[in-house]
Design a binder for this molecule. Sequence first.
Ligand SMILES: [Zn+2]
Length: 1059
Amino acid sequence: MSTAGFNSQNGTGTGQTYTNGPSQNPVALQQPPGVGYGMNHQPAYNPMQAKVLGPPSPALYASGPYQPVPPGPQLGSYPPPPAQPLLTRPQIGVLPSHTPPQSASPGPGPRQAQATPPAQATPPPPAVTSTSYYTGPPAWQYAAPWGPAPNHVNPAAAAPPHMSHGSAQLPGPGAPPTSIHGYPQPGTAPPPMNPPPPHTYQPNRPAYGPPPTAPPAGPPGATGTPPPPKVDAGAAQPGPPGRHLGHYPSLPPGYQNTLAPPPSSLHPALQAATLPYTQGPQPYQQQPGGPGPDQLSPSMAAMSLQSGTPEALRVVNLLQERNLLPPAPVPAPTPCLTQDLQKLNCSPEVFRCTLTSIPQTQSLLNKAKLPLGLLLHPFKDLSQLPVVTSSTIVRCRSCRTYINPFVSFLDQRRWKCNLCYRVNDVPEEFMYNPVSRSYGEPHKRPEVQNATIEFIAPSEYMLRPPQPAVYLFVLDVSHNAVETGYLSVFCQSLLDNIKALPGDSRTKVGFITFDSTIHFYNLQEGLSQPQMLIVSDIEDIFLPTPDSLLVNLNECKELVQDLLKSLPNLFEKTMETQSALGSALQAAFKLLSPTGGRMSVFQTQLPNLGVGALQSREDPNQRASAKDVQHLSPATDFYKKLALDCSGQQVAVDLFLLSAQYCDLASLGCISRFSAGSVYYYPSYHHQHNPAQVERFQRDLKRYLTRKIGFEAVMRIRCTKGLSIHTFHGNFFVRSTDLLSLPNVNPDAGFAVQMSIEENLDDMQVVSFQAALLYTSSKGERRIRVHTMCLPVVSSLSDVFAGADVQAVTGLLACMAVDRSVTSSLSDARDAMTNAAIDSLSSYRQSALTIQQPGLLAPACLRLFPLYILALLKQKAFRTGTSTRLDERVFAMYQLKYQPLAFAMLIIHPALYRLDDLSDEGALNINERTIPQPRVLQLSVEKLSREGAFLMDAGLVMYLWIGRNCHQNFLSQVLGVSSYAAVPEKLCLLPELDTAESQRTRALVSWLRDQRPFFPSLHIIRDESQLKPHFMQNMIEDRTESALSYYEFLLHLQQQISK
Ligand SMILES: [Zn+2]
């Protein structure tokens, strides 16, 4: 296959130029044959294909090229913009006080009666607005600040014909071209060299918290800055703390209980639980000298693994060692770097690599049989984020890499790029260090001291004025929707949080409701009440009054609040069962197109009317018995096409699916997947029958409405020359070879990429990776968040294994297996995952082990790999033999691709704790709350006891299982009941009792919930509970009807390896 283009991030010139192509025309985005992102194009070892080869089928998740679509009318289901004003069309429904001009509608429908009372003095909509959306060619484009930016659009022509947000003006033709066109061509022009402006390094930006610098006035190398925790390179590899490991009995599979280590031995690990990773956001350290050239050429040999076997490589016989789980969450491994470099390295919470030691060659990587890739959480909420305002953002002239802690300074005036090795000049203004307020210390600038940093972007980084925050809510109001009762919860949540919506004085909101028709709401300032406008011609959707449907939130807040208060009642008695979701989405797209923004869609049933209508594809009788799972791909490309149109206009679509019935998430989800939205799913949502889901919905909404948001974003991931990124996972659209289009970015989104080694890294000791996320903040600032990670290069297979990050490997394999399930089949994906474990352990045994010994052997750092693979096989996304609803399976697949690694791991391998003997020993103390830290138990029934109570934290859901003979003390002091029999059947709330036991239990549960962005519901279940099978299905180490126990799985692996 051609790999041309993959290196474009390195500025080699072989890459495709960034064409600025928003995706109105998906065909234009089609990659040339041979260049693709599907796993099938992977040149290197691909565990997902190791032993399973099948013909590629249409890829749902092939994140790259848009699938071939015949040109012509089929391109989109909606027609090109009409030549005549839309308002002349027939079929408009009702307008209480005015009828759109020239409306030749046959007449208002029966819904007219429900319309709100007349409002006066509504000016007729200006006819010009009918052309304000869906302009043929892209109306505006972003300069690509990181690469070739052949933006040939005339600035004047580029201005959208209708920019409704106030003072925002594009520079006219007279403006300097660079302010519009962005960066010059790489390598052909010098970087912009502006006169040194006043620096405004902003240590106290309120929104982000101050970077932990010493006060600028303080002496350099401030003694007040506490030194970071020392990382001993030699002992840095993770491994189980020194504790006794249980052993398997000689006769399998009679597992024995092994004693937990004495509590005192837990303490150090429990300490780590506060910071699950050893590296928090890097405090800014004023190091004398900085990472000068000397430190950047560390003698890797000195810290290599020659002095004895590191813990990561300790040989573990999996068939004998029983207790493999560390007592607290598994930490990320620390790369084997010099202390100076590691101290500056990016937090693993943001950036992780499957191999923390990068193999020197592709053939070495192929030998290890482990996938190479990055896992990112780029927009994570951070407590410490240095923010820099500077008119010159220093970047490599050749590859556009942002200056970072891992570049080298040849002297004060020149720095060498760590990605392409070009030597660049240090701009004059960079000579001044705003932190120490001294001159001549470019290596002490915050950009060179922080692996994660944010820049306020100057005008080169914008092609149009930053868009305002725009929120459009699209609500299902069919009979089914009203039955679930979700609408009142939604309206109340929005009313409660409306002041906390991220934004500024320009923030706009709008609402569309739909059943078999589409209803718009005129919220224009001056109206006494909101006006409902019904469009019943769903085949040819148009906007009745385009100017007054998205309104300024500040100016029209009262009307918005009125609407939210009246909406739930408005449809109370509806008998309309049909759902024209497709048309509603088209209408919403038209409304948002001129500005971009966020579309939040709430849907409760299978759309069954008009464009995008779907039919049920699930046969419940086949669920458990079918050999393979069908219908994981979308039934129609309508939603994907629309998503790409949205992406091109900077619109992201978030889907909230609340339904007891099959809704074909595999099709509907595409609307979010390719527009960089999120999918939320509440199966069996009902306001009365399912209080746990209602609580989850409420909590999720609160977070959703108030969390940080970035608009019109793009992310580019670069890596050192020789490495190449080729397959992306997550929700986005790949706009050019390595540029991800993210109309919205949120702090809860995770991404993964696969990599290969294209050129030998022989003469390199370290390589670097840089993710740059350019976005518009809700306050209208253009910002760039940059993360840079540095990793060592190694030449021996043992060193590659020693650096394996088992969780990152598992997370990436899960993404690849989702793709495989869709493009080939679920059974192929399952085989491929098993083979991944077989291949890597087999390779370890054959090529890395020096002394052969019997058993199933793994290096300590990979000791959890078979367990995690088995967990994946039993995960909802991939399991067989159990009745798994298709939508739930598809949703689980979405979660694996979209959740940041830390949360994905909880979904894959839940944490089990015993709760009836919680103590304060080793507890955390946070804000004067004592948080008990019970040991994480193996997921096996043998760990349960009838006398106990056990909490299983499975990410999105928690189960508290009460044993039949549970201690009376726990029942009364925590649950407030007199006996086991008195525990209610559907309990999802821990009562607030004034007892030490109750406080400890609630403190732990709420602390666990606080750790994540979504709200896990809690189910308190007895042994006879209906939910017990769900709890038991997560007992991954046990055998089920259709799946092996962990021990049996190990035997299977051993058998395959010794073949
Ligand atoms: Zn460079």
